[in-house]
Ligand binder design. Structure first.
Ligand code: PHE
Length: 387
C-alpha cells in the first residue's frame, strides 16, 4: 500500500476562539516507507498547535527607556513616576508612546490616514497642512482649557485621563493641538496622533487609539455675499466636506447627521454611516466656538473642526474584528496590509502563536485517512476539520 502525499493533503483544523481560525493544524510533511513490505509504514506529519511554551516565547518587547517624538526626547522616568501622586501612567501605556501606528504606510491606520490625506489634497489642492508627529504629552491647559472644557468636566478626572503630573497629561484628543496651531496662524490643518483615555479593554475599547483632527478657518470675504451668515456657511461647508470624505472612503453609503454637544464647537454634530445593519458614529465635528478663535487673534473669522477615530473607521473598512489587533506585531496580521490598499478584508487567524512540530508514527497496511481522522476527533472532538 502506498499512501500518496497528495491524498493526505487534507489537513485537519480545529477552530480557535476567533471564528474560522486554525488552532490545531495537522498536515503531512513527509512520508517514509520501510523497505520490508510486511513492516508497517512510518507516517510523518507536522503538527501546528498552541501550547503554553509557544505562548511564553511571545514575550512583550522590552520598553525603550528614551523615545524621540517630533524631535522631543522623552525618557521613561519623565512619563512613569511612581513617586508622584498625580502620576497615573503605567508601564504598559508608556510602552505605546512613540509607536505611532498612524505613521506606518503598511499598517491599516497608516493606509487609512493616507487615504484621508489624498481626499483633502485632491479636494483642496493640498492646502491642508499635515501634522502627525506632535508629542502626545500636552499640558492640561492645551488638552482642556484651550478648548473650553469646563473645570468640572468628567474627562478631566484622574479616572478618565492619564496625568504625567498635575499640569501635564497624555492628550485625550487631538483637539489639544487646535489652539496652538490657530495661534501660529494655520488656517487649514490636519493633526493625526495617538490619544489616551483610561478605559476598560475589550474588542472595541482600548486605552490608546488614534484620531485625526481637521480644522478650516474662513475669512469674512469667503462668506460675505453668500447670502448666509458665517456660522451657517461654515456648517454647510463642513457637512459637504465630510460627506465627501465618507463617500471617498466607503463609496456610496447611507449617512445621517445627529446633533450633539462638544464644549469647543457650536453647533456640534456627529456623522453616522449605515453599515452592516447599524448606524455607526464615525466622527464628531462642528463650528468652532468663537471664543477659541478670539483667543488666537482671529475674532473676525469663522472655522469648522472635526475629530475622527481612525480605529473605528479602519475596523469597518478592513473588517478587523478586534481593536487590539492593531497593536499586533504578528506577521499573520502585519503581512495582510500594504501601502495604498484601502479596504483589503482581514482574514482571521488563530489567536495563538504558530508552533510547528513534526510527528511520525507507524502505520499498517490497514491505514486509511479516515481511521486517522477518527482517532484525532476522538480526542479533540468535532471542532477538528479539514483545512
Ligand atoms: N475632540 C472630540 C472627541 O475626541 C472630537 C471633535 C473634534 C469634535 C473637533 C468636534 C470638533 O470626541
Amino acid at each position: 500500500m502506498l499512501v500518496h502525499r497528495s491524498s493526505f493533503s487534507q489537513s485537519l483544523r480545529m477552530a480557535g476562539l476567533l471564528p474560522h481560525s486554525p488552532l490545531l493544524k495537522l498536515s503531512s510533511s513527509s512520508l517514509l516507507r520501510r523497505s520490508h513490505p510486511s513492516v508497517p509504514f512510518l507516517y510523518s506529519f507536522s503538527l501546528s498547535f498552541s501550547s503554553l511554551a509557544a505562548k511564553k516565547q511571545h514575550k512583550q518587547p522590552p520598553i525603550a527607556a528614551v523615545l524621540e517624538i517630533g524631535g522631543v526626547k522623552i525618557a521613561k522616568d519623565d512619563v512613569v513616576r511612581e513617586s508622584d501622586p498625580s502620576n497615573n501612567v503605567p508601564d504598559a501605556i508608556f510602552s505605546k508612546l512613540g509607536l505611532q501606528l498612524h505613521r506606518r504606510d503598511n499598517h491599516p491606520l497608516g493606509i487609512l490616514k493616507n487615504a484621508i490625506f489624498d481626499y483633502f489634497d485632491t479636494s483642496y489642492s493640498a492646502k491642508f497642512v499635515k501634522f502627525d508627529d506632535l508629542s502626545p504629552i500636552v499640558s492640561v491647559k492645551e488638552n482642556f482649557d484651550d478648548v473650553l472644557v469646563p473645570a468640572d468636566h468628567v474627562s478631566r478626572s484622574y479616572n478618565d485621563t492619564y496625568y504625567v503630573d498635575a499640569q501635564n497629561v497624555l492628550r485625550c484628543h487631538t483637539s489639544a493641538h487646535q489652539a496652538e496651531l490657530l495661534r501660529k496662524g494655520h488656517t487649514h490643518f490636519l493633526v493625526t496622533g495617538d490619544v489616551y483615555r483610561r478605559d476598560s479593554i475589550d474588542s472595541t475599547h482600548y486605552p490608546v487609539f488614534h484620531q485625526m483632527e481637521g480644522v478650516r478657518v474662513f475669512s469674512p470675504d469667503e462668506w460675505l455675499g453668500s447670502g448666509v451668515d458665517a456660522t451657517s456657511y461654515a456648517a454647510s461647508d463642513l457637512k459637504k466636506t465630510l460627506e465627501g470624505l465618507a463617500q471617498h472612503l466607503f463609496g456610496a453609503v447611507e449617512m445621517r447627521w445627529v446633533d450633539t454637544y462638544f464644549p469647543f464647537t457650536n453647533p456640534s454634530f456627529e456623522l453616522e454611516i449605515y453599515f452592516q445593519d447599524n448606524w455607526l458614529e464615525v466622527l464628531g465635528c462642528g463650528v468652532t466656538e468663537q471664543e477659541i478663535l478670539k483667543r488666537s487673534g482671529r475674532e473676525d473669522s469663522v472655522a469648522w473642526a472635526f475629530g475622527l477615530g481612525l480605529e473605528r473607521l479602519a475596523m469597518v473598512l478592513f473588517d478587523i474584528p478586534d481593536i487590539r489587533l492593531f497593536w499586533s506585531t504578528d506577521q499573520r496580521f502585519t503581512s495582510q496590509f500594504s501601502e495604498g490598499k484601502l479596504g483589503v478584508k482581514f482574514k482571521p487567524y488563530s489567536k495563538f502563536p504558530p508552533c510547528y512540530k513534526d510527528m511520525s508514527f507507524w502505520i499498517s497496511d490497514a491505514f486509511t485517512e479516515n481511521n486517522l481522522c477518527e482517532v484525532v476527533r476522538g480526542i479533540a472532538g468535532d471542532l477538528v476539520e479539514e483545512a
